[in-house]
Every structure is written in C-alpha cells, then in structure tokens.
Design a protein around this ligand. Structure first.
Ligand SMILES: Cc1cc2nc3c(=O)[nH]c(=O)nc-3n(C[C@H](O)[C@H](O)[C@H](O)COP(=O)(O)O)c2cc1C
Length: 474
C-alpha cells in the first residue's frame, strides 16, 4: 500500500478552457516584472530560505528519495518534498514495515546540506501519532524513540502539555531550537549513521563497486542541514483506509478529524519550523465534499499553516483523468492573500508557467513530469533567464544517469544488496529517462535488465557518448 501508482499513466491535459491563449513566455515576463529576476513570490523564501523559483519537486512515493531530489536540485529545482512517511513507520523506527508500505525512513531523511530546503511529509490516522511523528521528524529524533512513542501512545495529557509548553520553550517562554537540544546532548533516537544512509557521502561499501567513487561524490556530510525546513501534512493520498481508519485523502471525508490532525501537528512542531498541507480538491464531486474541502483549507491557514498544495483531482480519481485547473483558479481568486501551490497535469516546462498564468498559484508542484526528466527544472530556469528551454544533450543525459545511480548507491549502501536495490530503483526511471534518447526503446530494454552498477555503466557506454560529459554543464 502506498501513494504509488503507475507512472506510465498517459498524460492527460488538465481541464483548463482557454489555456491555449496563454503564452508561457508572457507569464514568465509577468512574473519577472512583478517579483524581479527570480520571478517568485518573496514569501516562499521567507518561509523556506532558498526557495527561489516558482516550482518544486513533489513528493513521489517510490521515487523521490534523496538521490532523485539531489539530481533535481543540481538541475535547478529550488525545493523538494519527501514522499509521504507513515507516522507509525516513523514512530516504530522503520521496523516492522514492508518495503511496500509508505516511504521508508532512509528515503525520507535529508540527504545532507545539498538537500535543502526540504519538506518532510507525514501521513497517518491519529492526531497524537501524527503529532509525535512530525515532532520526531522535525527534531530528527533527538529525544529518543521511546519519548516519541510515549507522546503518541501514553495519551498522558501532562506529557503532551509538557511537550508543547516546556520542552519546546525556555523558562522565559522563548522557543527552544532543535539545534540547542542537540548540542546539549538530549538523547539521540536517530543515529547519525542512519541519517547518513544518504548523507555521509562518498563511500559505497559492501558490494559497492562504482568505479572512481570518491569521498564527496555522494550526498554530503550528515550534521549540517540534517533537519527539515517545512513539515508537510498529507491529506491527499488516495490509498484505501486501513482498518476503517482514515489517512491521507480519506480525511477529506471527515473535516473535524482532519482539522484535529492539523492542529495537533502544528502544536507539536517547534514554531520556528513552518507546517504546510497537501490536499486534493475534494474526496469526490458531491457538494458535501466540496464543503469539506473548504472547511479544511480555511482551518489550515487559520491554524498557521504557511501554504496548501492542492492536487486538482479528487481522491476518487486517484491519478487518472484530468486535473481541474479551473478549480485552482477559482480557489486562488477567492483567497488572493493565501499562498497556494498547484498540482496536477504538469508534464513539461510550458505546463509550469501555463498553470501559474491560468490559476495564479504561487508555485507549481512538478510530479510525474520530472520522473526521469530533471531537465524540466533547468528548462524552467532557462525560461526565467529569458532563454529558450534547452533539451538535454546526450552527454548531459549521461552525466545525469551516472549521477543518479551513484547517488542512489549512497542511499542504499547500508543495505545488503545495495547495487541490486539501486538497479531496481533505476529501472523504474528507465522508461522516462530513455524517452530522451533517439533509440529510446532499445535503451529502455537495456536499462530495465540492469542488475548492478557495472551493467548500468555498460548501458551508458553503449548508448551515451562519454566525450564532453565532464564539461557538459547544466
Ligand atoms: C507514483 C506517485 C507517487 C506519489 N506519492 C506522493 C507522495 O508520497 N506524497 C504526495 O504528496 N503526493 C504524492 N503523489 C502525488 C503527486 O505529488 C502529484 O500531486 C500528482 O501526481 C499530480 O500531479 P501530476 O498529474 O503532475 O503527476 C504521488 C504521485 C505518483 C504518481
């Protein structure tokens, strides 16, 4: 069970009558006139320093691990969201959950200083579990696993009050920063060695045999930047209910429950870390569900959430059929002061600026459109700089493919069969990466048969010229 779905779903054009009259280049001009050269609402960087472009990489269960995020960032992506991490997985320290369940811990730990700004996304069924999980995420486990489980399961009102009031505040009422706790040696639940599954950089041990992998090639050192800049609450995932308990998008049927979760998470997360929410436009197309959306959306901002990312499909639609940009347009028009991000049917760089032009959202969530296509971010940066968007050269494709596998090995290196795991991961990207190649079918067939790093490099040697790769630039 996960938010995952078949990423090969045929691209559907969004419901956006009149969109053909929008010239994405004119939208960029308008953004630059309004916000200056970065073309971005300055509030985004106030919330998450470094968020300096009006688009970002979405949470994508099964894909958006630190490796994919870092590749995206190296191509100009200014902000990323982890895949949804189940609160229980987090509180159980990742034990007892199968690979098929939602986001595993190692996929959801920041990949070092390069992997920022980053939103850690959490999803679950109970406000206290969500709150404890979000707190653990925000603090990177400094209290120790037992303390977070006690917050979630002991249901001790005093403990809860203590968390909110005193643990997170100094006697004068000033907020205790996570770093202060860390420095003073408050018990560590997450071993930096775990964080460093993606963070220690360089060494691929065990089976790793990546030729020439040097220190510093992987995601950079743990410690610096090991936390999240934003905690994102997932009220959007269409995965079925578990044991009659709602989670993800199913909360859109229960606004009171959804609002309890939003409150509990906001209360628990230290106030210097902003919270955001991911929503669908409704559970289904009934007026009752439209009303539920409004209640939850309004409550999020009232409680202090910095923004909502709204996927303009219903939960019932899952990922099939068009998203309704008309919904986003009306929502933004009704709430011009709120920061709203849009999601759904963003397949290429023109869609990014068309969505902004059509709906008025402050940033666009790029999801299936960036699987095997990190160049969408570079192309968006090109457009902001007034250049035509550049397709990737063969040499640039080779650099990205090599880099992605190398980073994936840094993510999986703690596991017994690291190369096999990374190979499986890369196979999922293959169809989309291969689409950029003139002999895409042949390349794809070779990529999906890869079992280790040497074979991956073999495919690259066979199909992607190495010359100029080092100086290919981005
Ligand atoms: C394979 C897959 C996994 C996803 N996992 C997540 C997730 O973990 N968290 C999340 O907020 N959204 C997740 N989504 C939803 C996307 O972020 C996005 O909202 C959705 O795909 C609509 O955008 P698109 O039509 O441009 O792909 C996932 C989507 C797909 C296809």
């Amino acid at each position: 069970m996960s938010c995952q779905t078949n990423n090969a779903t045929a691209p559907s054009p969004a419901v956006a009558p009149g969109r053909e009259r929008i010239d994405p280049r004119r939208v960029v001009e308008w953004l630059v006139n309004r916000h200056g050269p970065v073309a971005t609402d300055p509030r985004l960087a106030q919330v998450a320093p470094g968020f300096d472009a009006p688009f970002f990489q979405a949470g994508l269960a099964g894909y958006s691990d630190a490796a994919m995020r870092i590749v995206a960032r190296r191509h100009g992506c200014p902000f990323c969201v982890t895949e949804a991490l189940l609160d229980r997985t987090l509180l159980a320290g990742g034990r007892g959950f199968t690979k098929a369940d939602l986001g595993e811990l190692h996929d959801n730990i920041p990949g070092g200083p390069e992997d920022h700004p980053l939103a850690g996304q959490i999803m679950g069924s109970h406000p206290l579990e969500m709150a404890a999980g979000a707190l653990k995420m925000a603090e990177q486990g400094i209290r120790g696993d037992r303390a977070y489980r006690a917050i979630a399961y002991d249901h001790d009102p005093e403990l809860w009050a203590d968390v909110i009031e005193s643990h997170l505040r100094n006697p004068g009422g000033e907020q205790v920063r996570v770093e202060d706790d860390a420095r003073s040696g408050v018990g560590r639940g997450v071993d930096p060695g775990d964080i460093d599954g993606v963070s220690s950089g360089g060494g691929v041990d065990g089976e790793g045999s990546w030729p020439g992998l040097a220190a510093g090639d992987g995601p950079a050192a743990a410690g610096a930047g090991a936390s999240f800049q934003v905690i994102d609450v997932n009220l959007a995932c269409p995965v079925k209910k578990i044991k009659n308990k709602a989670r993800g998008g199913h909360w859109l049927t229960d606004p009171a429950g959804a609002i309890r979760i939003l409150e509990a998470v906001r209360d628990a997360v230290p106030s210097h870390i902003p919270c955001s929410v991911k929503l669908r436009r409704a559970y289904d197309d009934t007026p009752e569900m439209a009303d539920h959306f409004e209640r939850i959306f309004d409550a999020a901002y009232r409680i202090g959430y910095c923004w909502a990312t709204v996927h303009a499909r219903t939960v019932e639609q899952k990922y099939i059929g068009p998203s309704r940009w008309t919904f986003l347009r009306d929502l933004v028009a009704r709430h011009p002061d709120r920061i709203v991000f849009g999601s759904g049917d963003v397949w290429d760089v023109n869609d990014i600026f068309a969505m902004i032009g059509y709906t008025g959202v402050q940033a666009v969530s790029v999801a299936r459109g960036c699987i095997g296509n990190p160049w969408i971010f570079r192309q968006a940066r090109d457009m902001i700089a007034g250049r035509p968007p550049r397709p990737p050269t063969m040499a640039q494709q080779r650099v990205a493919l090599e880099e992605h596998f190398r980073l994936s090995l840094a993510v999986t290196r703690k596991f017994k069969k690291a190369e096999e795991q990374s190979s499986k991961m890369m196979r999922k990207f293959a169809i989309r990466f291969a689409a950029h190649h003139p002999r895409s079918q042949a390349v794809r067939d070779r990529m999906i048969a890869v079992r280790n790093a040497a074979e991956w490099l073999g495919v690259l040697d066979e199909h992607y010229p190495a010359e100029d790769a080092a100086s290919s630039g981005r």
